[in-house]
Design a protein around this ligand. Structure first.
Ligand code: SAH
Ligand code: SF4
Ligand code: F3S
Length: 454
């Protein structure tokens, strides 16, 4: 085994087998939307070298797992998956198994040392090297590792290979410089860098011409997007203006730099969806400080109130971490009170998971697992009640819904979303994916609305 890292500069000049190569690649994506967008970039890089994507894992030559490290459970999933893949490798010793993304970046060579079935380890800034690493592996049997983080790589010139559908993700920036003390992302994804605004606007336009109806602009912290003098509000406005019939969403915002200008921009364009995911993490200023979140609850509430004033009825969701080191029962109560006061439409709630190398990992006063779990279930219960009640108020109302896909539960139903990001299920009838329809809501639960087109 050797580390391709040191040798890659010369290897880049070698002409790898271009078209004619008939190897098939199966890629499985874990983690956040950034990873979904990254898998589309990986497929694009590979297709330029003649590789074909397959949906049939049993007949693939290469299996790639694009991984997440954000919590221990996310990594456990991959270890379990690798256990299953052992039998695949036994049946086909030529099968190539690669780990891409955040876990590759975090664990690097250790992952290959511990998991002998893994042949490739490629971090999020090194996807261009995958074809070379595969070629080298086939020729020499040497396993490949490429995990350098870049200050400039944005894959701006690569057109992602997207699945058919009417919605798409466009990643507008990569990396994160916030260094929240619990979070592994700045270590796995490196420094913040933004794509050029022209290229993002052009991509939005091109997707519209291809028949897409909605794009989501992606970044770990889109509010720190910067291209010369243009900030994220400018970018959003440029996209909204360039394609007025395209629905435009974005995730994720950090409360520290969500600007009034962005709120005004959102309010000014009908095609910018009225939905913000604004992770608060905790209701306690003391804990927010320990998390290095750089805002107070007072500041957070003032942004949220301004957002609601500017866009009444806007959909809002958040992330909560329960059981951060040193979190007391009083801190936990403050989080519950905040949820009760702000009444988010939805929330993603997690038990704190210690991540090596982060600042919080070194902190004392870890909350015992049972207490973490109990607090988490209290939070989930309260939020679920809030979401259920908010949704109940929608019964009898009519909402505009963009139909996105067939319902996961039945082919006789379609799933769409409102502008405010609520999922809606309707009987399929003669409607098709891509239709924008008015739906009268008949019944609801905490996560979904059900209705009929009127
Ligand atoms: N960039 C986004 C969040 C990315 S990670 C933001 O800052 O809002 C998504 C969510 O995972 C975070 O908001 C946080 O709630 C959760 N998370 C991150 N690290 C975690 C950890 N170590 N343990 C538990 N939850 C964590
Ligand atoms: Fe992680 Fe904080 Fe960056 Fe979000 S803003 S990715 S939570 S460090
Ligand atoms: Fe996970 Fe990496 Fe996204 S750690 S949440 S896949 S940025």
């Amino acid at each position: 085994m050797f580390e391709i890292l040191n040798n890659i500069e010369e290897k880049e000049n070698i002409n790898f087998h271009k078209p004619g190569n008939n190897k098939s690649v199966f890629i499985e994506t874990y983690g956040c939307q950034m990873n979904l967008a990254d898998s589309e970039i990986v497929l694009s890089v590979l297709s330029n070298y003649g590789y074909n994507e397959t949906n049939d894992i049993n007949n693939s030559d290469i299996i790639l797992l694009n991984t997440c490290s954000v919590r221990e459970n996310a990594e456990k999933k991959i270890y379990n998956r690798l256990n299953v893949l052992k039998s695949f490798k036994k049946n086909n010793p030529n099968l190539i198994i690669g780990i891409l993304g955040c876990m590759a970046e975090r664990l690097r060579k250790n992952l290959i040392d511990k998991q002998s079935i893994v042949d490739l380890i490629v971090g999020p800034d090194e996807f261009r090297k995958i074809p070379g690493l595969i070629e080298n592996l086939i020729e020499t049997g040497e396993k490949g590792i490429a995990v350098k983080l870049s200050k400039v790589e944005t894959y701006d010139d690569i057109t992602p290979v997207r699945k058919d559908g009417i919605t798409a993700f466009i990643s507008v920036m990569r990396g994160c410089d916030k260094f929240c003390t619990f979070c592994v992302v700045p270590y796995t994804r490196g420094r913040e860098r933004s794509r050029l605004h022209e290229s993002i606007v052009n991509e939005t336009r091109r997707l519209f011409d291809d028949g897409l109806k909605e794009v989501t602009l992606l970044g770990q912290n889109v509010n720190s997007y910067r291209d010369g003098n243009f900030d994220f509000a400018d970018l959003l406005e440029m996209c909204a203006k360039a394609v007025p019939q395209m629905r435009i969403r974005y995730i994720t915002s950090h409360p520290y730099d969500l600007s009034l200008k962005l709120i005004e921009t959102m309010a000014s364009y009908d095609n910018i969806c009225k939905y913000i995911h604004l992770p608060v993490q905790s209701g306690s200023d003391r804990i927010l400080k320990l998390m290095n979140r750089m805002y107070t609850i007072e500041h957070y509430k003032s942004i949220l109130n301004k957002t609601r004033e500017a866009m009444p009825g806007i959909g809002l969701s958040t992330d909560i971490i329960s059981g951060f080191p040193g979190e007391t029962e009083d801190d936990h109560k403050l989080t519950i009170e905040l949820l009760e006061e702000l009444k988010y439409d939805g929330a993603f709630m997690f038990a704190y998971s210690p991540r090596e190398h982060t600042k919080a990992f070194e902190m004392k006063n870890n909350v015992p697992d049972e207490i973490k779990k109990r607090r988490l279930s209290e939070i989930i219960e309260i939020q679920s009640l809030i979401s259920t009640n908010l949704n109940k108020n929608l019964v009898g109302k009519t909402k505009e819904v963009l139909l996105e896909s067939v319902s996961k539960k039945s082919d006789d139903f379609l799933m769409g979303r409102t502008d405010c990001n609520k999922s809606v299920i309707i009987p399929k009838g003669s409607f098709k994916i891509g239709d924008l329809v008015n739906v009268k809501i008949k019944r609801t639960n905490s996560a979904t609305l059900f209705g009929d087109v009127v």
